[in-house]
Ligand binder design. Structure first.
Ligand code: APR
Length: 271
């Protein structure tokens, strides 16, 4: 009987070899990646939606109907206590964890070509990754809904006297870059996600429940084109059965071990 640790260790070794036998690794990332940075996930144990329920798909419609009310709630949130307030505090104080830094190492080794992340926490950029598509946006940025111009939130002085903020480029409404429920994914970032899913021949799927689209479609798109899928998750997901390898455990522990094996094997084979 193989012990779970020995099974995981062999899985990490096999994953490192599979990744190095291929040429274009992309990572598809979800909230599980940031759990070890102290940010709760959305679903499953301790999830924000598990606690307060999944939001409806009208968030974007409500923004369009009353952008001033939307911004007033951003500037002075109604719920200063409870799971949403705790989530805001957690994401505000979060820092990259060893899993994030392992993806930086893999990008610097030119093994990891791109990250498609559903996370809005900005931790991949904070850790130092450069090639990152933030499919659900970035909480530290603003975006014009008309021309997709983006700015760092810190560059703007938005207050209740100058709402709603408008784009200096085209005059349309400006909102947080985070994609609201019911909001289309901005075309520029969607095109990158599609391009990278088509280009990859291996994909590590890290910490996502794979139930939100279009993000959950990209691993399936990659697999249909012959890419090898490797899942890193504490639990099964709808994608598990499509994966060549399943590394069951926390990404903050598995990714450093995976990066270490990739580096060691690369040196052995002189890659
Ligand atoms: N390491 C790896 N995986 C983990 C860890 C961990 N330490 N902790 C939890 N997980 C896994 C869970 O098993 C689950 O499969 O991470 C996944 C988290 O799933 P969700 O909370 O649904 O997050 P995600 O898949 O990113 O959600 C997608 O839904 O609400 C929207 O916009 C939100 O981007 C989010 C999208």
């Amino acid at each position: 009987m193989t012990s779970p640790d020995a099974k995981l260790e062999k899985g990490i070794e096999d994953a490192a070899r599979i990744i190095l036998e291929r040429n274009y690794l992309v990572a598809m990332v979800g909230a599980g990646m940031s759990v070890e940075s102290g940010i709760p996930p959305f679903r499953g144990s301790g999830g924000l939606w598990t606690k307060v329920g999944e939001p409806d798909n009208r968030g974007y419609q409500r923004f369009l109907e009353d952008p001033v009310a939307h911004w007033r709630n951003i500037l002075n949130p109604e719920d200063m206590e409870g799971p949403r307030a705790e989530f805001r505090d957690a994401i505000e104080s979060a820092r990259p964890n060893p899993g994030h830094y392992s993806l930086v190492e893999l990008e610097e080794m030119d093994v990891l070509k791109y990250i498609i992340t559903q996370n809005v926490d900005g931790l991949h950029l904070d850790a130092g990754n450069k090639r990152v598509a933030e499919i659900h946006g970035n909480r530290n940025k603003l975006r014009c809904i008309g021309c997709n111009a983006r700015w760092m939130r810190s560059e703007w002085d938005i207050n209740v006297d100058n709402l709603p903020p408008r784009c200096p480029e085209c005059g349309d409404l400006v909102k947080g870059d985070g994609v609201a429920f019911g909001e289309p994914i901005p075309r520029d970032v969607l095109n990158i996600c599609y391009r990278e899913s088509v280009a990859c021949d291996s994909m590590i799927i890290i910490g996502t429940s794979a139930v939100v689209y279009p993000a959950a479609a990209f691993p399936q798109e990659a697999a249909m084109r012959g890419a090898t899928l490797i899942e890193i998750n504490t639990d099964d997901t709808p994608l598990t059965r499509m994966c060549e390898l399943v590394l069951r455990g926390p990404s903050g522990q598995i990714l450093p071990a995976l990066a270490e094996r990739i580096r060691a094997i690369s040196e052995d084979i002189g890659r």
